[in-house]
Structures are given as structure tokens and as C-alpha cells.
Design a binder for this molecule. Structure first.
Ligand code: FAD
Ligand code: FES
Ligand code: MG
Length: 310
């Protein structure tokens, strides 16, 4: 695991002014994939060299507003020394990140974190991605395909404009099924519908990998359970330190306490207590919503006053 922040600054000298500026975690490419989703290529040579599919980083955008958030390493180029992050601007920190431009730096990056995906040849794998979950699913689907599996990808989103990485997935998938809630692209419905149909076929899939909002992973796992299709989910709990010390990412799996940052993020979907996980994810919702509101509309003090009194 590598940490690049104030302790690992690589200075750069401007040839014209001879001014030396510390540069680290520089954003070298930025594209917008949909209204709220951004792709960023960031200089992080050590992480790019070490990372494996399924792993993530924790970043801090600015020192002054120091929240740490986890993002999956969607791709990496060890030769260029870059990692790719794909993220949805949902709240304060992801909006701050989205406002960064090419040439700007991210204050601190820690990674690669978490256990890599167990990649093996098992036969037919169904990879199910919902919303931004398609981004973390992509490197896993890629690795499963490279290991010799037949890969069926089911991608779901609320509407066509929110679908991401269709072309990238099409390159990997033997079959690609698109589902939207409103029917604006592909089939109308939920990802669980084609998943159920695949489980009813003979032979049924040998493995399902489901990544998306917790409610989607919960119902995806319930869909495969009666058919006995082994199901892996990647959990998106709240994380703070990412090293197993703070307990923020605690979940119950098969009746045992696990820490998503060090034991996961992937677990047996049939054993995860999703209801408990969703309850814990909502724990800071008033604070998160106040911060998000403050970022867009008013000063932080106003937002703090708007919080329910303890
Ligand atoms: P906020 O308004 O603060 O929070 C919005 C929601 O995000 C919260 O309700 C909560 O569910 C979640 N969240 C808030 N703070 C944290 C935190 N510190 N850690 C984790 N979740 C938090 N998102 C992506 O868009 N792309 C990814 O590749 C991606 N990979 C992830 C990998 C892992 C292992 C985990 C655990 C999460 C991943 N996420 C990813 C989710 C991402 O971390 C959250 O969207 C982000 O933290 C939201 O922060 P915010 O301040 O913008 O929003
Ligand atoms: Fe702190 Fe996992 S993030 S224990
Ligand atoms: Mg936040």
C-alpha cells in the first residue's frame, strides 16, 4: 500500500521562472461520461504498478476540507504511471473532486486497498452493474474474461442518460443486456429480471458478480439464492481510514463482523446482512445533505444551523 501526500511530494521546476512547485497526484485527463459521472486519469505510479482488479484507493481532495472517500481503481496504466477513477458527483467531496481540472492535484491518495478479486475460470459468469456500479464492475469483468470465462454483462440505470461505459463493456462481454427503469434504452425493468431468466436456463450461470446500490445487490442476491448460483457483491460502506482501525466500514457477513476495507470489498452476497449495512449507510445522512447543500447554495454555518439539534 502506498500513500502519496505531503510526505511524498515530487517537486517540479518551471523552466522559465525556476519556481519550484510541489506536484503530486496530478490529474492528467478528465472526461465527463454523463450528467453526474466523471472519469479522471491521475498520476500515481506506485499504485498503478501494484493494483489488481477489485481494489480501491482512499483520497482526500483538499487539505482544508479533509473528508476521505474511497473510489475503485477502474483502470491503471503502469507504463504511464496513472490510475483511472470513475465517480458520480453525489455529495460535497465528489463535487469538489469534479471541480478539479487537468493539471490540478489531489491532496492525498492511499492505495491500493482491499482484497483483489478472486479471478478463476469457472465457466459462465454473469456480471451485473447498476448505475455507477458499472465502473467498479468493468475491471472485474475484464479479468474474468481474460481468465477464459464466458461473460454475460447486465447493465442497468434509471434512464439512458445515466448509462455509462456501454462501449467498454461491449468489448468484453459475450452478451450484453441493457435495462433501464423507464425503457429509454434496452429492456424496460430491473436488472433482476434478465438475471432471473439466466438463472432459469440450463445450464445456469456458474457465478454472478453484482455491483451497484445496496438495494440492488440485496435483491440481486435474493434472485440467485434459490438457484444456488454463487454470488459475489462489492460493498460500498462508509470508510474513513481504510486500514481496519476505525470500524466505519463494519458489516455482518454470515453472522460474523467483517471490515470491508481490509476483508473486502467483495463478499458472498448470500451471507451479507444488507439491512444492517443500509441502516449504517444512512447514519450521517443529515450531515451529508447539509454539506452538499452548503457546497452549492450557502455557507457551512447556515447548513450546520439547519441540522437537527442533538
Ligand atoms: P455525501 O453526500 O457525503 O455522501 C453520499 C453517500 O455516499 C452517503 O449517503 C454514503 O452512502 C456514501 N458515503 C459518504 N461518505 C462516505 C465515505 N467516507 N466512504 C464511503 N461512502 C461514503 N463511488 C463512485 O462514484 N465511484 C467508485 O468507483 C466508487 N468506489 C467505491 C469503492 C468502495 C470500496 C466504497 C466503499 C465506495 C465507493 N464509492 C464509489 C462510493 C463513494 O465513496 C461515495 O459516493 C462518496 O464517498 C460520496 O461522498 P460525498 O461527500 O460526495 O457524498
Ligand atoms: Fe476504518 Fe474500514 S474504513 S475500519
Ligand atoms: Mg461527504
Amino acid at each position: 500500500m502506498f500513500s502519496s501526500g505531503p510526505g511524498t511530494i515530487r517537486p517540479r521546476e518551471d523552466p522559465k521562472t525556476s519556481k519550484v512547485t510541489p506536484v503530486m497526484n496530478r490529474i492528467i485527463k478528465k472526461t465527463q461520461l454523463s450528467a453526474e459521472v466523471f472519469r479522471m486519469e491521475v498520476e500515481a505510479p506506485l499504485i498503478a504498478h501494484e493494483r489488481q482488479p477489485g481494489q480501491f484507493i482512499i483520497l482526500q481532495v483538499d487539505q482544508a476540507v479533509g473528508e476521505r472517500i474511497p473510489l475503485t481503481i477502474a483502470d491503471a496504466d503502469p507504463l504511464k504511471g496513472t490510475i483511472t477513477l470513475i465517480f458520480q458527483a453525489v455529495g460535497r467531496t465528489t463535487h469538489l473532486l469534479a471541480e478539479k481540472a487537468v493539471g490540478d492535484s489531489i491532496e492525498a491518495l492511499l492505495g491500493p486497498l482491499g482484497q483483489p478479486t478472486h479471478v478463476a475460470k469457472v465457466g459462465h459468469v454473469v456480471c451485473v452493474g447498476g448505475g455507477i456500479g458499472v465502473a467498479p464492475l468493468h475491471p472485474i469483468a475484464q479479468a474474468l474474461k481474460a481468465a477464459g470465462n464466458k461473460v454475460t454483462v447486465i447493465m442497468g440505470a434509471r434512464t439512458k442518460a445515466l448509462l455509462i461505459m456501454e462501449e467498454e463493456m461491449r468489448k468484453i462481454a459475450d452478451d450484453l443486456i441493457i435495462v433501464t427503469d423507464d425503457g429509454s434504452c434496452g429492456r424496460k425493468g430491473l436488472v433482476t429480471h434478465p438475471l432471473k431468466e439466466l438463472c432459469e436456463q440450463s445450464p445456469k450461470p456458474d457465478l454472478a458478480v453484482i455491483i451497484g446500490p445496496p438495494i440492488m445487490m440485496k435483491f440481486g442476491a435474493e434472485t440467485t439464492r434459490p438457484y444456488g448460483v454463487p454470488t459475489v457483491v462489492s460493498l460500498n460502506t462508509i470508510m474513513i481510514d481504510g486500514t481496519g482501525m476505525c470500524g466505519g466500514c463494519r458489516v455482518t457477513v454470515g453472522g460474523k463482523t467483517k471490515f470491508v476495507c481490509v476483508d473486502g470489498p467483495e463478499f458472498d452476497g448470500h451471507l451479507v446482512d444488507f439491512d444492517n449495512m443500509m441502516k449504517r449507510l444512512r447514519a450521517y445522512k443529515p450531515r451529508e445533505d447539509a454539506d452538499h447543500h452548503a457546497h452549492h447554495h450557502c455557507k457551512l454555518e447556515d447548513a450546520a444551523n439547519a441540522l437537527p439539534k442533538a
